[in-house]
Write a protein that binds this ligand. Structure first.
Ligand SMILES: Cc1ncc(COP(=O)(O)O)c(C=O)c1O
Length: 389
């Protein structure tokens, strides 16, 4: 049978990262490629105890179909946490999603028509490009510097459906937008009537200081906020959330119903059991300390091994270094050589909707042990040298 694919299916493409991850599962490869949180941080004991409690106390409710909005106590918890960060979130505006990746898909479904413009940063999260692309937007790239999107350039996004932005420890660049840039960005967006979609899975993973306030806190009626439990508990739970301006909530909910009826109720109850009494207050500092030590190990290794023409940021949180090589470097063609030597990374080109900067690469520092990080970066440097010769 010759199936005729929908246009939307033709706009779907395989995730470069997931393809690379397949290679890196080979034993012996030091993978700096995946965006996976460290499994050492997963709260296994707390989840075990919570599983036992949920199955003892509410087994039937936990295993039954559940509300599309999400488990009410968890929605209340999320809204309360966000209110503490200055976002006046009401429980009725808070929906639990199947990971924040689903939040991106729902936003795309509700807000993007074929041919409508969607403004993005450069580089940006590949998974968002993948989520939005099937709805057939025209991506408009807002010029950025090391402090994020340039507010004075936001006029390129005039008329766009929204600006998708990751102010905290961005995936892939690791950058964290300063307080003053956030204020300028929000006022420029307001001036252009440009809604914001703020994606914040990494905001809690800061090392020395908490990041500046959320964009959504200064413009709640113009911002859709996306959060996630993946990086603070475990991604396998597939739990995220959306806090949206009121007029969007019914449509997001209808889109969610069509997609999967509801986020797994069992997982929502589990997570609520784990976090309800302040578990994250003690848990987050352990993740931060661990990731900071790894960040320091990678920073030292980059300084020790990479050639002088390479530049990188020093992330103040999150999971990634973003390295810019000499203009002649093509990170895509470097990758097979690096893998042959025993190290993997993600070529930066994957994170651009158009005009990729081919000499960039993303390195994750959280899953590999510090001594292996050093070895991995040494191998990367060796691969770069062999490219040059
Ligand atoms: C920027 C960004 N947004 C969203 C997601 C999706 O996260 P989740 O596991 O909550 O679906 C990720 C995952 O890596 C991410 O990096």
């Amino acid at each position: 049978m010759n199936f005729q694919m929908a246009r939307r299916a033709q706009r779907m493409s395989p995730s470069v990262i997931r393809e690379i991850l397949k290679v890196t599962e080979r034993p012996g490869i030091i993978s700096l490629a995946g965006g996976l949180p460290s499994p050492e941080t997963f709260p296994i004991e707390a989840l075990r105890a919570a599983t036992e409690r949920v199955l003892r106390e509410n087994p039937r409710e936990a295993l039954q179909y559940a509300a599309s909005e999400g488990f009410l106590p968890l929605r209340e918890w999320v809204a309360e946490q966000l209110r503490a960060q200055g976002l006046p979130a009401d429980t009725s505006q808070t929906l639990i999603t199947t990971g924040s990746q689903q939040g991106l898909d729902l936003v795309g479904k509700v807000l993007i028509d074929p041919g409508s413009a969607v403004a993005i940063e450069e580089p940006t999260y590949l998974g968002a490009l993948q989520a939005f692309a099937p709805y057939e937007p025209e991506f408009v790239t807002v010029p950025c510097d090391d402090d994020g999107p340039l507010p004075e350039k936001l006029d390129v996004a005039k008329g766009a459906q929204f600006l998708y932005v990751l102010p905290n420890f961005q995936n892939p660049s690791g950058r964290c937008v300063s307080a003053s840039r956030r204020a300028e960005l929000v006022s420029a967006a307001q001036k252009h009537d440009l809604p914001i979609v703020e994606d914040n899975p990494y905001g809690d993973l800061w090392f020395d200081n908490a990041p500046p306030p959320l964009l959504a806190a200064s413009w709640p009626e113009g911002t859709v906020y996306l959060g996630s439990f993946s990086k603070v508990l475990a991604p396998g739970l597939r739990l995220g959330y959306i806090v949206a301006p009121r007029q969007l909530v019914p449509k997001l909910l209808q889109a969610k119903q069509a997609a999967d009826l509801h986020t797994p109720g069992f997982n929502q109850r589990l997570v609520y059991e784990v976090i309800r009494d302040g578990f994250l207050r003690d848990h987050l500092p352990t993740i931060r300390a661990r990731y900071k030590a790894h960040r320091d190990a990678m920073r030292a290794a980059l300084e020790r091994h990479l050639p002088g023409e390479c530049r990188w940021n020093v992330p103040a949180g999150g999971m990634f270094f973003w390295v810019e090589g000499p203009p002649s470097l093509d990170a895509l063609s470097l990758l097979p050589k690096a893998v042959e030597l025993g190290v993997a990374f993600v070529p930066g080109a994957a994170f651009y909707a158009s005009q990729p900067r081919r000499n960039t690469l993303r390195l994750s520092f959280v899953t590999v042990a510090p001594d292996q990080i050093d070895r991995g970066i040494a191998l990367l440097a060796q691969a770069m040298q062999s490219e040059n010769t």
